[in-house]
Design a binder for this molecule. Structure first.
Ligand SMILES: Cc1ncc(COP(=O)(O)O)c(C=O)c1O
Length: 441
């Protein structure tokens, strides 16, 4: 018997009791290789001594001082480091406890920025189909993930959504990649013109889509086109880097890969490495400057929490000290090669794709037709894949979307940056067993 309402209320869960490095252990002594860092959270693995020490020190020194009264050194330091990485010396950062709050903060910043600039009618947020930006009312309203929207039973707002940049599924046979990029980015311009630029506040997207599509990176030129369209119509671009940021793809911000920069970027998960709840909303200097004059009506009790920000600073220290962005690139290439060797020819694998230490396999019922798994049973596949993986002692992150009346599942992998060759091989063997089990079921 439990008094906890679980994430899936009727599901049984093993009880995690300790974790070290790449492994989590449950109360029966069973060990699980953590190849997804939960949901791209544990970027430095578990029980990293430097982060544990920083958290302990900060709790003893200053556990809490409400930000209505004080600032604190960890949040000042972390803001300096993140704004430096953002590449705008006048940028500022706002710290919350999780990804949904960070994106809600981005929306509040956007609306208050436009109000302060004398354009209070700019309210509409354009987003993309299949996207996920969080579970609170506002950010679920700008999420295109239809299953999550439906399941929430919430009276969500219904603002315009455009197609994601997902060439593997949506590029037509007679289209070059350049033509495809022009077409999908052009959807943003059409959506803006349809409702009127004077009513559109921002466009939000993940530069590399994480769990909702299964690690789908924007094609070359897409984000630059998005930047240009937003500039043309005076619209802010919010990059949701909750999952793909914090070094996961081999650059600190995923957008760096594309040689462009959003007006606002949100971070969570890897920024605190799971040692404390932590998220950040980083905004350009020009937005920060406007808000400095107009004020900013927002806030939660735990914003800028000293212990969370101390954990964040320690994660940044380790990233720099151990040169983990470079490690993520080289180790990621090795991992990607291994996944391709082992799974590209698998009869149920449609594509192996990724960047840095962020990888996914898209699965199909039939490779020739690229059809997914028939509904309604197909929709149960991601949960079954997760259960089977757990039984084999592997933590990975399956998901799936509906395409043409079938479920197209994927398995996302976002291993800690301390990953070694032996972990890659163990993961590949376990994934083979999971896929075999699925085939024979
Ligand atoms: C891209 C993206 N945005 C936002 C969120 C919401 O973050 P949180 O669950 O910390 O509220 C998630 C969570 O998975 C995410 O993947």
């Amino acid at each position: 018997m439990t008094s906890v309402l679980y994430r899936v209320p009727a599901a049984p869960y093993p009880k995690a009791v300790m974790a070290q490095g790449m492994y989590i252990q449950d109360d029966s002594g069973k060990r699980y290789l953590d190849m997804s860092g939960g949901a791209a959270v544990s970027c430095l693995g578990h029980a990293h001594p430097k982060i544990v020490e920083a958290v302990r020190d900060q709790v003893g020194k200053l556990a809490f001082a409400h930000t209505a009264f004080f600032t604190n050194e960890p949040q000042e330091q972390l803001a300096r480091r993140l704004t430096e990485r953002f590449g705008d010396p006048a940028a500022r950062a706002y710290f919350t406890s999780g990804g949904s709050e960070a994106n809600e903060t981005a929306l509040k910043i956007t609306w208050q920025y436009w109000a302060a600039r004398g354009k209070p009618d700019k309210k509409i947020i354009i987003s993309r189909e299949h996207s996920y930006h969080g579970n609170t009312f506002g950010v679920l309203s700008v999420s295109g993930n239809s299953a999550r929207r439906r399941a929430s039973a919430a009276p969500l707002l219904d603002w315009p959504r455009i197609a994601p940049c997902y060439a593997h599924r949506n590029r037509t046979v007679d289209e070059s990649m350049e033509q495809y990029v022009e077409r999908v980015s052009g959807e943003l311009e059409s959506a803006i013109l349809k409702v009127g630029a004077d009513r559109v506040a921002a466009f939000i997207c993940e530069p590399v889509v994480g769990s909702s599509l299964g690690v789908v990176a924007a094609e070359a030129g897409y984000l630059q086109r998005i930047r240009a369209i937003c500039d043309r119509y005076d619209i802010l671009w919010i990059a949701d880097e909750i999952m793909c940021g914090s070094g996961r793809t081999g650059t600190f911000f995923a957008f760096e890969h594309d040689g462009t920069r959003p007006d606002i970027a949100t971070l969570a998960k890897g920024i605190g490495g799971g040692y404390q709840p932590l998220a950040a909303t980083v905004m350009s200097g020009s937005i920060a400057d406007t808000l400095r004059h107009s004020g900013f009506a927002h806030g939660h009790t735990y914003i800028g929490h000293p212990v969370s920000c101390a954990a964040g600073c320690a994660v940044q220290d380790v990233l720099d000290r151990d040169k983990l962005l470079a490690v993520t690139q080289t180790c990621g290439q090795r991992f990607g090669r291994l996944l391709a060797e082992r799974f590209c020819e698998h009869p149920n694998v449609s594509e192996v794709r990724g960047r840095g230490l962020f990888w996914a396999m898209e699965l199909v019922a039939d490779r020739a037709s690229q059809r997914g798994f028939p509904l309604p049973d197909g929709n149960a596949l991601p949960a079954r894949l997760m259960r089977t993986a757990m039984e084999t002692g592997l933590i990975c992150y399956p998901g799936g979307i509906e395409i043409d009346g079938a479920c197209v599942p994927h398995i996302m992998l976002a291993p800690p940056m301390i990953l070694e060759e032996s972990h890659m091989l163990e993961a590949a063997d376990k994934l083979t067993a999971v896929l075999d089990n699925m085939l024979n079921a």
